[in-house]
Ligand binder design. Sequence first.
Ligand SMILES: NC(=O)c1ccc[n+]([C@@H]2O[C@H](COP(=O)([O-])OP(=O)(O)OC[C@H]3O[C@@H](n4cnc5c(N)ncnc54)[C@H](O)[C@@H]3O)[C@@H](O)[C@H]2O)c1
Ligand SMILES: [Zn+2]
Length: 349
Amino acid sequence: MKKLTVNAKTKNYDITIKEGLIAEILDYLQQDKKKFLITNNTLEKLYPDLVSSFENKIVIKDGEEYKNFETFEFIINELLKRKIERKDLILALGGGVVGDLAGFAAASVLRGVNFVQIPTTLLSQVDSSVGGKTGFNTKYGKNLIGAFYQPESVLIDTNFLKTLPVREIKTGLGEVVKYSFIEKNCSDDEKIHLSKYLDEADSNNLDFKEIIYRSVALKASVVSKDEKEAGLRAVLNFGHTFAHSIETITNYKKFTHGEAVAMGMKLAFELSYNLNFINKEYLDYAFNLIDKFNLAPVYKIECDKDEYINIMKSDKKVSNSKIRLVLPTSKGEVKIFDNIKEDDIKKVL
Ligand SMILES: NC(=O)c1ccc[n+]([C@@H]2O[C@H](COP(=O)([O-])OP(=O)(O)OC[C@H]3O[C@@H](n4cnc5c(N)ncnc54)[C@H](O)[C@@H]3O)[C@@H](O)[C@H]2O)c1
Ligand SMILES: [Zn+2]
C-alpha cells in the first residue's frame, strides 16, 4: 500500500493506492454514514457486486457526451429526491467523467457535501481524481462550468485497471509521460521523479502502483503549492494547448485525450527545438520516450492552420487572447511563454 497527502489550502486529504482496495471500500460501507454512489452503466455491469452493495446509487450514461448540464441536473435531483443531508457522503466510482460530475454535484448540493474519489481509469487515477477540479462541458467548450472542490480522500485500486481497455491505459500513460517532462517544476524530490523510472521500465510490464504513486505525488506537490492555478499549476497543461486544438478539430472522435496530449507534447518539443530552447539530444530523447509507450498515433493532422491557431486562442487557459504555451527548456523542466510568434507555432503544425 502507498499513501500520500495533498496539502491544499482548502483541505488536506489522503490518497491511498493499493491493489485490492475494493475489498476495503466494501468494508468502508459498513460505517454508519449515509452514502450515495455515483457511477456509470459500464461500471455497473463490470462491478455488479460492488455497485449493488449501495442502497443509494445514481447511475449515469457512459460517455464524455453525457458530461453535461442535463446529467448534472439528473444527479442533483436524485440526491435531493433521496434527501441527502450535509453530513452524508458522495462516492464517485468511475473515470474522469464520473469524477468531475460527481465532484461538482458534491460541491453544489446543499452548498457542499463531502465526497470520495474512487477513480477506475488510469487517467483518473493519475490525474483527474486529484486536485479538486470538478465540472462539466457546455456547447461553448469543455469544462467551462465547475468549481475547485477537493475530495475527502482518493481511493485508488489498481485492480480496476484489469478491465480497462488498452487504449484507455495508453491515454493515462500520456499524462504519466507528461509528468516526467515537468517533474523538476513539480518537485525537487527525486524519489518521486518519473523520467529515470520510465527510461528503464519495460513498456509491456509496468508496475502501475509505482507509476500512479509518482504521478500523483508530482501532481499533489503542484496542487499543494498552487491549488487554483494562479501560476505553477499551469505547467500541468504541458502539451494541452495543442491537444485542445487537435481534439476540437477532430470532434473528440479520432483521438483519445492522452493521444492528443502525446501529439501536443511532440509539437511542443519540436517548437522548443526550433526556438533553440532545447538541444537535438533532448528532442530525440522525448520523441523516443513517447514512442516507447506508443502514445502518439501520428502527431501532425491535416487541417487549416489558422483554424488550429484560433482554437488554441480560445483555450480557457489563454490570457489576454495571447496563446500561452508551456514549452520544454531542459530535461524534466518547462517554462510558460506568452510571447511565442504565431508564425513559429504554425511552422510545426
Ligand atoms: N478534474 C481534472 O483535473 C481532470 C483532469 C484530466 C481530465 N479530466 C476529465 O476526465 C475525463 C476523462 O477521463 P477518463 O479518461 O477517465 O474518461 P472516462 O471517464 O470517459 O472513462 C473512459 C472509459 O472507460 C470506462 N471505464 C472506466 N473505468 C473502467 C474500468 N475499470 N474498466 C473498464 N472500463 C472502464 C468508462 O466507462 C469510459 O467508457 C474528461 O472529461 C476530462 O475533462 C479532468
Ligand atoms: Zn490532460
